[in-house]
Design a protein. Sequence first.
Length: 333
Amino acid sequence: MSSLVYQIHYIMTDHKTHMKPSLSALPDAFTLPLRSVAAISISGEEQVKYLQGQVTCDVESLTENKLLHGAHCTAKGKVLSCFRLFLHQQALILLQPISTLTQSLTELQKFGVFAKVDIEQAHVSFAAVCGTQAANHLSKSFSQLPDINSPTITEHNITLLYIDGVIPRYLLVGEKETVNNCIDSLSIPTLSQDVWSLLEISQGIPNLVDAEQEYVPQMLNMQAINGISFTKGCYLGQETVARMQYLGRNKKAMFALTGSCDELSTPLAVEKQLGENWRKAGDIISYYLADNGELYVQAVLASDTDDSTNHRLKSPQSCQLSLMALPYTLEIQ
């Protein structure tokens, strides 16, 4: 569907923020409300030093114009949350799915009592402006825009983040009224916030919404998106992460798959064909079902998974799945 036809369709329907297009049907510019994401704020004299010893990424390398991926793990190296790290009003902000925030926040606060830091849920709102023409619309409100080389800027009391991809994304962070006024001024379609999950899945960014499945960071491809520093020194869970990397003990990786499905049955899982039989291949950590029935899933499978194996959903079994190409390669150990 062309962008013009899609926008006419949008205006003539009453779905508004509930519209969930397929990946190929996304308009060339649209906004997303992001009530499903939240953030942890860490501020204070020792904010960098403290967080450096808690997460997988190199916090000391963060600058005002930089954006980092990272993971927060238990002492045993099991992921509590995957986040994007950036600076907002001099505080360190860990942006993540709202479902992982409470446990991660509790653990950070537990150890934070021994450092000169303030740790709390960030009191900010989030919204996204996406699409190949998103920059043209935003340039009417901002004198400069972030890009792949300088992915974070601040203007009008809004921190604006650039997320690279086939479908570019700009994330607005700030006070609710300020963010909403900026979004309203753009006069472009607003889609379901679930589209954010679709874009994360298609770009191979872990959209971990359930930390109880116990993955180490490499199982979520964190090393492929520069979310792990193997030279920064000690941090919580580092021994497990290093052992997986240097001893070749990780046999799982995160994949994106797509298929067609009218309805889903939970819990979701992926099966693979072995001869005439089917066996469980892995768990789905995130999914998106478009209005036209196209399904996109993010699943942790065996790291040597390729197109030679047939995959399907455990339920309904009629939903056949095929691998999607990711924008990075994985080193098979």
